[in-house]
Design a protein around this ligand. Structure first.
Ligand code: ADP
Ligand code: MG
Ligand code: ZN
Length: 504
């Protein structure tokens, strides 16, 4: 049923057109109870066990607004540099769908709680791009349908459907951007960076865990193309419920190539919703888009308007945590690293572990070095994330301390890390069990150095003749003789001393 089209290459698409995007992100709030009733929001309960007449839409039941939900919405709005409405209302968005028991979704329409903001996001090269926010509004989630009896779990081919209303009425915040223009070929990257930054903000605010793989945060990607130099936007497609950062980027990229193909062949883009498929990285047509008037929005008569006092808003503002971008910039400065280095740390998912390692007493340089080097490699090889590795930030900090105190050199420290990862115990236990200690006894070192010189007369002569670089080979011989347990810098000093050469 899907028509395949020959995509235009990404480069060719960008050579003729300018992409415009709009991102709509839904975030499920982590409140204890639902948005308009006292039902629990706990995940994993028996289907339909967390329901009541209100969230099942029974006649005569009346909703009450969850104050924590409103506060969370304001927190998000403020963190996104939005204005907060002095007065706003909920609205009914009317449509029929079996997973929505009231036959309308309680949402906000032309009176959102937060509007006119922006979020600065950071691209791979460390550059900042500002995404303007149109509004953030409150609404409720729907229930879940399960299509049973078919091979695919989709409605086509199913014999019947089951409905679980536990999710119906869970508070959602929908955050909508203004059209994102000017990103050019970086549009897909901007989309991904925006969703990632938004997720970090939401997590920092503590209003949701924002786990995309759990559906706690989902993104609709609106995209259109216009020929270079044209001001008027083209018609958009809306790819729904994209649920990973990578997919957001891929969906935008695919739509750019698809739109270009349609436009180049003289076709017209129809405004429709589309579905993204992880396996192929492509989108397929969903339904032709409703217009707002199809929903017959009207103000919700059963709920009082929301009118947050300015005092309350300011109180919430003063309680906001340090926001992720500000924090990252502060850490970047404290650590003296570049934007790209910080981006690499983020991509490796290493920021929090590095911070925890520093908090446990390591210096910033070695915390970064271990987690981005040895440990990142180890995680990579075993297909784990850094926090799944069998070593804690405290243990890495301990190893780093043993190095700075001179008890271990780098090479021995790597063996200790390896031992901890292999389950041999804490760093100190591994040091004991494996007998790892830097040989700092000058007498023993001197003997080893003399033996190395005696055993390699040719090299020794070269060094005497001024080829200081050749000392490396002798250092190697000493390290080998001491099973890596010598301080290499000290060994080199001793060698040069013995041969009567000064460095540099
Ligand atoms: P709807 O609910 O119909 O999807 P919204 O206004 O909630 O409408 O969201 C539309 C999103 O798409 C917004 O982020 C908006 O900025 C963006 N947008 C609007 N027109 C275009 C367009 N022609 N091309 C790309 N994005 C657009
Ligand atoms: Mg939409
Ligand atoms: Zn309920």
């Amino acid at each position: 049923m899907t028509t395949t089209i020959d995509l235009v290459s990404y480069e060719d698409a960008l050579a003729s057109y300018d992409p415009v995007m709009g991102l709509e992100v839904h975030v499920e709030l982590g409140t204890k109870t639902k948005m308009f009733c006292g039902c629990s929001t706990e995940l994993g309960a028996e289907p339909n066990s967390q329901t009541c007449p209100t969230c099942l839409g029974m006649p005569g039941s009346l909703p009450v607004v969850n104050a924590t939900g409103v506060e969370s919405a304001i927190r998000i709005g403020l963190a996104l540099n939005c204005e907060i409405a002095e007065w706003c209302r909920f609205a009914r968005k009317n449509y029929f769908y079996p997973d929505m028991p009231k036959n309308f979704q309680t949402s906000q329409y032309d009176e959102p709680i937060a509007f006119n903001g922006y979020l600065d996001v950071q691209l791979e090269d460390g550059e900042t791009f500002r995404v303007e926010i149109e509004r953030a509004h409150m609404e409720e989630d729907t229930g879940k349908s399960m299509h049973v009896g078919g091979a695919t779990g989709r409605i086509h081919g199913a014999s019947h459907s089951l409905l679980d209303y536990n999710r119906a009425g869970i508070p959602l915040i929908e955050i909508v951007t203004k059209p994102i223009e000017g990103a050019g070929e970086r549009a897909p990257e901007v989309a991904k960076a925006y969703v990632r930054e938004l997720r970090e903000v939401i997590k920092a605010l503590g209003v949701s865990e924002a786990r995309m793989e759990m559906g706690q945060m989902r993104c609709d990607v609106n995209l259109s193309l216009r020929p270079h130099g044209r001001e008027k936007f083209g018609t958009r497609s809306e790819t729904k419920n994209v649920n990973s950062l990578r997919s957001v980027e891929r969906a935008a990229r695919f739509e750019i190539q698809r739109h270009a193909a349609v436009l180049n062949s003289g076709g017209t883009i129809i405004q429709e919703t589309r579905h993204f498929h992880e396996d192929t990285g492509s989108t397929t047509s969903g339904r032709v888009k409703e217009e707002a008037e199809d929903y017959r929005y009207f103000p919700e008569p059963d709920l009082v308007p929301v009118a947050p006092t300015r005092e309350w808003v300011e109180e919430i503002r003063s309680g906001l945590p340090e926001l992720p971008l500000v924090r990252r910039n502060r850490l970047r400065e404290e650590w003296g690293i570049s934007g790209t280095e910080m981006q690499a740390i983020l991509n490796a998912g290493a920021l929090e572990t590095i911070v925890a390692t520093i908090d446990a007493g390591a210096d910033a340089g070695s915390a970064r070095k271990w987690w981005m080097g040895e440990l990142a490699r180890s995680a990579n090889e075993s297909g784990k994330t850094l926090d799944e590795l069998a070593i804690t930030p405290e243990q890495v900090a301990r190893v780093s301390k043993l190095v700075s105190s001179g008890d271990l050199n780098d090479k021995l420290a790597r063996q200790v890390i390896e031992g901890v990862l292999a389950g041999e115990g804490t760093p100190d236990e591994v040091v004991d069990k494996r007998g790892l200690k830097v040989v700092s006894d000058e007498g023993a070192l001197t003997t080893a150095v003399e033996e190395a010189i005696a055993g390699n007369p040719g090299i020794a002569d070269k060094i005497r003749g001024g080829k200081v670089a050749a000392a490396g080979a002798l250092v190697g011989a000493v390290m080998k003789a001491t099973r890596g347990q010598a301080d290499a810098a000290r060994v080199k000093e001793l060698i040069l001393e013995k041969l009567g050469v000064s460095e540099g």
